[in-house]
Structures are given as structure tokens and as C-alpha cells.
Design a protein around this ligand. Structure first.
Ligand SMILES: *[C@@H]1O[C@H](CO)[C@@H](O)[C@H](O)[C@H]1NC(C)=O
Ligand SMILES: *[C@@H]1O[C@H](CO)[C@@H](O)[C@H](O)[C@H]1NC(C)=O
Ligand SMILES: *[C@@H]1O[C@H](CO)[C@@H](O)[C@H](O)[C@H]1NC(C)=O
Ligand SMILES: *[C@@H]1O[C@H](CO)[C@@H](O)[C@H](O)[C@H]1NC(C)=O
Ligand SMILES: *[C@@H]1O[C@H](CO)[C@@H](O)[C@H](O)[C@H]1NC(C)=O
Ligand SMILES: *[C@@H]1O[C@H](CO)[C@@H](O)[C@H](O)[C@H]1NC(C)=O
Ligand SMILES: *[C@@H]1O[C@H](CO)[C@@H](O)[C@H](O)[C@H]1NC(C)=O
Ligand SMILES: *[C@@H]1O[C@H](CO)[C@@H](O)[C@H](O)[C@H]1NC(C)=O
Ligand SMILES: *[C@@H]1O[C@H](CO)[C@@H](O)[C@H](O)[C@H]1NC(C)=O
Ligand SMILES: *[C@@H]1O[C@H](CO)[C@@H](O)[C@H](O)[C@H]1NC(C)=O
Ligand SMILES: *[C@@H]1O[C@H](CO)[C@@H](O)[C@H](O)[C@H]1NC(C)=O
Ligand SMILES: *[C@@H]1O[C@H](CO)[C@@H](O)[C@H](O)[C@H]1NC(C)=O
Length: 575
């Protein structure tokens, strides 16, 4: 997965050749690296791997890590936690590698060995090794895997790989791989805080309780790039496909990706032009389905849709939904509208809501009601009329109503179902139904009104709406007492007057807009739409439809939702 964004997010210092006297990859005790841009990493003799600090641009932290140094995508194969700028790592005779922050506080050190370190060595296999005087290996990074294993690395009972948070966030993520004492290789989700209730979503089922004399005891990644399990009898259980590409021409690695998929990749060593890691094998088969019902769900956030591309999950928001955090593609999606269960007094559900129809979406969860029997039409209608309903799925004469948040959504092409995704008409495009339509004149009016509201301050808008609403209320009260005809004329004139004034001011703002003076952001547009709708509620011909001042203030404050107003069409035709 040579993600371009990931590549961009890392800045690597590549002053590779000017490393002092380390062509043989050997590092003397006392060797030090500092976390800053121009720090030269420790290279393996062939230059394939480097050990050093990678700069994480997103938060200006540095990652003590081992990475593939010859390929454009400086893929990280081993790492310790990110540390601040100015931190350092030193090779110490007693403690091995010691990572300290700029204040000298120890953040990490190699442990689990005895004896004195004589030198370190960055091997061409990607293994960083500490040796004693007799050249005996006393510590190796291969024994402390992060999320990746490389050829010649083995998993023993209890070995664990932990996923990252995301491709560029190296904080521990939600998933881990463990080689259990019984010979099974499992993938599980981390339940945090550690409760022991971790959910298993893959199991190799390689333990054989009936033959305890011949257990699986190792997971081997051999030098030619084959990943298999080894039994005491030397029988093997192949995991990855038997590799056809030569390890002298290809790099191999297996990584528990942040999306929960244990993935086996290869990359040409000698490449021309663009190079990427190719996925050759992955478990589980379908991460989109295999995490159904797991707390925290699949690899995609709430309301998102998961699909597999090249054995890896891809998340997309359904129509009418957008990412909560636009930079987190795997995060949750939010509907572009608010659904409310109150305030539907005046308009029918069909006036407020509509549905998009899809056939290949599937949400196994989030049901709250099943209607059976039910036709497709009946299913759609049931959802439209139910303020809780976000999605309805019609299949086999039944209807399943689902509410937000929708979890474990995915693409399923063979279900022969009809999926109704409910959306609120007013929020689809920022248009007022009273002002839109085929006539370009009406479109123009909408733009005029919008411009005015965007250009003026929030306070002025509130004053304007308040005044208009108040004015019409007063007139209405008076009208009830006798001066019927006269006041009706006054009112109509006032309404036309208001809009003429608006139009005048608008020309100005339109020019400003033309010059690009205002950045129209979504928030503004939403605010604007609200103001326009409140305004139209206030100038309804039928006074009984006009909101009270109290309600107007609630609408402005957002306590009460603003419904789409009916169109006072005769009025608009007078502009
Ligand atoms: C590098 O690793 C290989 C394979 O484990 C090993 O045979 C070799 O001795 C190592 N090189 C050094 C200098 O330690
Ligand atoms: C190195 O080897 C010699 C001879 O085999 C042995 O006496 C000595 O204890 C060894 N040193 C270490 C640090 O293992
Ligand atoms: C990485 O993820 C963790 C956990 O979600 C978060 O607290 C941290 O801020 C993230 N780091 C970066 C650099 O985004
Ligand atoms: C762990 O699972 C058990 C049984 O499924 C459940 O009773 C318990 O509440 C769970 N604990 C946590 C912390 O989720
Ligand atoms: C147990 O494993 C040994 C070695 O592979 C094999 O010879 C034997 O037949 C196995 N026994 C059973 C019951 O499967
Ligand atoms: C690695 O394993 C594969 C299949 O398990 C085998 O064909 C290949 O010969 C092995 N390579 C080495 C160097 O043992
Ligand atoms: C398994 O292979 C190893 C190394 O090739 C050998 O030493 C061992 O005797 C073999 N074990 C069996 C039970 O064949
Ligand atoms: C890499 O490619 C270049 C040019 O295509 C070629 O000269 C070189 O021998 C190749 N090296 C290896 C190790 O295949
Ligand atoms: C190589 O990458 C560049 C930039 O990412 C892209 O524009 C180009 O199409 C790629 N070429 C190939 C052959 O993939
Ligand atoms: C939905 O309502 C919340 C709180 O009332 C508000 O923050 C949010 O902007 C609204 N979203 C839309 C799309 O109107
Ligand atoms: C369709 O529904 C009927 C009756 O509810 C049921 O017997 C049948 O198994 C269902 N068929 C499928 C394919 O789900
Ligand atoms: C749909 O296809 C998947 C895989 O192709 C299969 O596992 C599943 O059972 C199918 N579902 C139905 C309802 O046919």
C-alpha cells in the first residue's frame, strides 16, 4: 500500500552515504542519533534498510524506526512510539539502545538480554542486532515485532503484532495478531480498557487437540518469502501462496494493517518509475463482514459503507452523508440533514422527506422494526412516515427499518433487495422550494436573497426577521378587528416593500460575491437557509401559519427546528 498521502506525511532525511565508517553496518558503543531532520540514519550494508528517526509531519514528532530505504515509499517495518524533536537514541554497553527525550528522560530501552553490548548491527534482512564481544546476538528487533514481520522473522508462542491507529498514526490501534500456545494464529480486536473480552475475527484453526504430540509451534517467514506454520514433525501448513517471484528480485513483508487485515505484500527491489506494494494474500477474507456485531464495528465508522478493493477495505459515505472528519476516510459519516421527531405539524412527511434507492447496500444491524408482509412501496412509505427511520430495506416481501447510527454497512450485490435511504428534501441542495424551479427568474430571486443574508451580519439578519415577523403579527392582530381590507393592502405592500429593499441591497452583495469577497462556506449556507425559511414562514398569507415571536426566537436559537415552509406563491409572483 504505497499511499501517496502517507509518503507525503513523512519527511525522511536521506543523507545516506555520508554515514561515518559504517559501510559494514556495524555500530560502536556510544553511537548516537538525534531526532531532527538532517540526522543520518544507520544503514544496512546493502542500503536496503535504515534505522533512525522518521519525521512525522502531521504533529512534528519523530519515530524511531526501521524502514525500507531504497524505495520511494519509505515503508516502516519496525518502530517505537513517536517522540518529540530533539530526542535521542544512544547505543550503550549496559542497556543497549536507550531512547531519551530532550530533557534526558528515558522513554524506551532494549531489555530482555544479559551481557554487555560490544556493537550494534543493521542487517540487510531488516533486523537490528546487538552483539557481545564474541559476536553472539544478545538482542534483535525481530524478537520485538511492531505490526510487521519480514522474511527470516519467526513467531513463537505468545508473539503479538499490534496494528497502528492509521497508516500515518503509529499509536496502537484496535487490532492485534497473536500466535497462541495451542498453535492457532488469531486476529482480535482490542477491547479497551483491557477487559479480556477481545473479539476474535480470524482463527487459523491449526491447533489439533487430537494429536498433541505434533503441535504447530512456529510461524515461519522463510528467506524466499514464504509464510507458513511449522509442526514439531517438520510438517508445514502453508499460509501464503507459494511464492513464484524470487526473493532476490522482490521484497516481502506481512503486516497487520490498521484496518485489521493481516496482509502479505511484495514490492520489486529493482523498479523503474512508480513502485507500489502488491497485496498477494490477506486474512480475514472479508473484513467488511467479519466484524459484524463487534463493538466498534468494522474498519469503517458509523453510517459508512465498507467494500473490498484488492482484498482491502475501502470506506465511503452513502449518498446524502459526509465524513465527520474530512481527513479521516475510515471515520464516521454524518447525514447532511437533521431528522427530528417533533414539529411536523403542518407538513406531511412526504413534503419533508424523500428517498434515494439503491440495490447493493446492506446493513446487517441497526434494525428496530420488521414489517412483514410489506411491498416495496409500503416499505418506502413506512420509512418516510417514521421519524426514526433512516434506511429501509425491502426484501422477500419484508421491510426492515433501520435507525442511526448505522453500523457495519457494506456493499452486497446478491441480496436482491431494495434499499431506501431517507433524506430531507430541504437539505439536499441549498434551495428554498418557494424560490426554485424551472424559471430562471425564480433562481435569480433565490440568489438575491441568499446574497443579502450572507453579506449582512448575523445580528442584522435576526433584527430583520424579528421585525418582519413582529410587523406581520401586529398587522394580523389589527386586521382581526375590522380594518380588514385596508390592512390587507398594507400588509401586502409591506411584504413587497421588504423584498424590494432586499433586492436593492443584493445588487451590492452580488458584486462583492463576484469579486470573491466572501468565502461562502457550508456553515454560512446552512445559516442562510434557516433565515430564508424563517422569513418565509413569517410572510405566509395565511396568518395562522405564521410562527409566534417566541417560536421565531426558538428557531433562531436552534431550539426548534425550522421546517420547510409552504410557498406563498401569489406573493412571489409579484416580485
Ligand atoms: C544478518 O542476518 C543473517 C540472517 O539472519 C545472518 O546469517 C547474518 O549473520 C547476519 N549478519 C550479521 C553481520 O550479523
Ligand atoms: C566469549 O567466549 C569465551 C570463550 O568461548 C568465553 O570464555 C567468554 O565468556 C565469552 N564472553 C561472553 C561475553 O559471552
Ligand atoms: C493518533 O491517534 C490517537 C488515538 O486516536 C490520537 O490521540 C492522536 O492524537 C493521533 N495522533 C496524531 C498525530 O494524529
Ligand atoms: C465481557 O463479557 C461478558 C460476557 O459476555 C459480559 O458479561 C461482560 O460485561 C463483558 N465485560 C466488558 C467489560 O465488556
Ligand atoms: C499425529 O502426528 C504424527 C506426526 O505427524 C502422525 O504420524 C500421526 O499419525 C498423527 N496422529 C493422528 C491421530 O492424527
Ligand atoms: C520457503 O518455503 C517454501 C514453501 O514453504 C519452499 O518452497 C522454499 O523452498 C522455502 N525456502 C527456503 C529457502 O527454504
Ligand atoms: C526437523 O528439521 C530439523 C532441521 O532440519 C531437524 O533437525 C529435525 O530433526 C527435524 N525433526 C523431525 C522430527 O524430523
Ligand atoms: C536493476 O535494473 C537495472 C536497469 O534495468 C539493471 O542494470 C540492474 O542489473 C538491475 N539490478 C538487479 C539487481 O536486478
Ligand atoms: C506514476 O506516478 C505519477 C504521480 O503519482 C502518476 O502521475 C503516473 O501516472 C504514475 N505512472 C504510472 C505508470 O503508474
Ligand atoms: C443538526 O443539529 C445540530 C444541533 O442542533 C447542529 O449542530 C447541526 O449543524 C445540524 N446539522 C444540520 C446538517 O443541519
Ligand atoms: C422469504 O420469506 C419467506 C416467508 O417469510 C421465507 O419462508 C423464505 O425462506 C424467505 N426467503 C428468503 C430467500 O429469505
Ligand atoms: C452473497 O454472496 C456471498 C459471497 O459471494 C455469499 O457468502 C452469500 O451467502 C450470498 N448471499 C446470498 C443471500 O445469496
Amino acid at each position: 500500500m504505497a499511499s501517496a498521502s502517507f509518503r507525503l506525511s513523512l519527511f525522511i532525511s536521506m543523507f545516506s552515504v555520508c554515514v561515518l565508517a559504517q559501510n559494514d553496518g556495524s555500530l560502536a558503543v556510544g553511537s548516537t542519533l538525534t531526532a531532527k531532520e538532517a540526522s543520518s540514519p544507520w544503514l544496512s550494508p546493502s542500503g536496503d534498510f535504515a534505522f533512525g528517526f522518521l519525521h512525522l509531519q502531521e504533529n512534528d514528532m519523530f519515530l524511531l524506526s526501521i524502514w525500507y530505504d531504497k524505495i520511494p515509499d519509505k515503508t516502516v517495518a519496525w518502530y517505537v512510539n513517536p517522540v518529540p524533536r530533539g530526542s535521542s537514541v544512544v547505543l550503550d554497553a549496559q542497556t543497549g539502545l536507550v531512547l531519551r527525550d530532550p530533557g534526558g528522560v528515558t522513554l524506551w530501552r532494549t531489555d530482555g538480554f544479559s551481557g554487555a553490548v560490544n556493537h550494534g548491527f543493521m542487517n540487510d534482512t531488516g533486523n537490528f542486532i546487538l552483539k557481545d564481544r564474541n559476536y553472539t546476538w544478545i538482542w534483535e528487533s525481530f524478537g520485538f515485532a511492531s505490526d510487521t514481520i519480514l522474511p527470516l522473522q519467526e513467531l513463537v508462542y505468545g508473539s503479538v503484532l499490534n496494528s497502528r491507529q492509521s497508516e500515518s498514526n503509529f499509536t496502537r490501534g484496535r487490532f492485534y495478531l497473536r500466535f497462541l500456545d495451542d498453535g492457532n494464529l488469531v486476529l482480535r480486536t482490542n477491547s479497551l480498557p483491557s477487559s479480556g473480552n477481545d473479539t476474535e475475527y480470524y482463527n487459523s484453526h491449526t491447533s489439533d487437540p487430537k494429536n498433541s504430540s505434533d503441535p504447530v509451534y512456529r510461524v515461519i517467514f522463510n528467506s524466499t518469502g514464504s509464510l507458513y506454520m511449522l509442526k514439531k514433525s517438520n510438517q508445514t501448513i502453508q499460509l501464503t501462496p507459494l511464492s513464484v517471484r524470487s526473493a532476490s528480485e522482490y521484497y516481502y513483508r506481512a503486516k497487520l494493517d490498521f484496518d485489521g487485515v493481516f496482509t502479505y505484500y511484495s514490492h520489486p527491489r529493482n523498479f523503474t518509475g512508480n513502485s507500489t506494494w502488491t497485496v498477494l494474500w490477506a486474512v480475514p477474507e472479508d473484513i467488511c463482514s467479519d466484524l459484524d456485531g463487534v463493538p466498534g464495528g468494522g474498519p469503517c465508522g458509523s453510517n459508512s459503507i465498507c467494500s473490498l478493493v484488492d482484498r482491502k477495505p475501502v470506506c465511503e459515505c452513502p449518498k446524502g452523508y459526509t465524513l465527520l472528519d474530512p481527513y479521516d476516510k475510515y471515520g464516521s459519516c454524518m447525514p447532511n440533514f437533521n431528522q427530528s421527531c417533533g414539529d411536523v405539524e403542518r407538513l406531511s412527511a412526504e413534503d419533508l422527506y424523500d428517498t434515494w434507492v439503491a440495490s447493493d447496500l446492506y446493513w446487517p444491524k441497526s434494525d428496530y422494526e420488521e414489517i412483514s408482509p410489506s411491498t416495496e412501496t409500503g416499505c418506502r412509505k413506512a420509512c418516510l412516515e417514521d421519524c426514526l427511520c433512516a434506511v429501509a430495506i425491502s426484501r422477500n416481501n419484508s421491510c426492515w427499518k433501520k435507525k442511526l447510527p448505522l453500523s457495519s454497512g457494506r456493499i452486497a450485490t446478491n441480496l436482491s433487495s431494495k434499499v431506501f435511504l431517507k433524506y430531507r428534501k430541504s437539505d439536499v441542495a441549498l434551495q428554498n422550494p418557494c424560490l426554485q424551479g424551472p424559471k430562471s427568474k425564480d433562481r435569480g430571486t433565490l440568489i438575491l436573497v441568499e446574497s443579502v443574508f450572507l453579506g449582512s451580519s448575523l445580528l442584522l439578519n435576526i433584527l430583520f426577521i424579528g421585525a418582519a415577523c413582529f410587523g406581520f403579527q401586529v398587522i394580523y392582530q389589527k386586521r382581526k378587528s375590522n380594518f380588514h381590507l385596508h390592512n390587507e393592502a398594507v400588509e401586502t405592500n409591506l411584504r413587497i416593500f421588504s423584498y424590494k429593499e432586499l433586492a436593492k441591497a443584493t445588487n451590492h452583495f452580488e458584486e462583492e460575491l463576484g469579486r470573491g469577497s466572501f468565502g461562502i462556506v457550508l456553515e454560512d449556507r446552512k445559516k442562510l437557509q434557516k433565515f430564508v425559511m424563517i422569513g418565509i414562514w413569517c410572510i405566509q398569507e395565511d396568518p395562522s401559519l405564521r410562527p409566534t415571536m417566541r417560536k421565531v426566537s426558538h428557531m433562531l436559537e436552534g431550539i426548534v427546528e425550522v421546517m420547510v415552509p409552504p410557498c406563498p406563491s401569489p406573493f412571489f409572483s409579484t416580485i
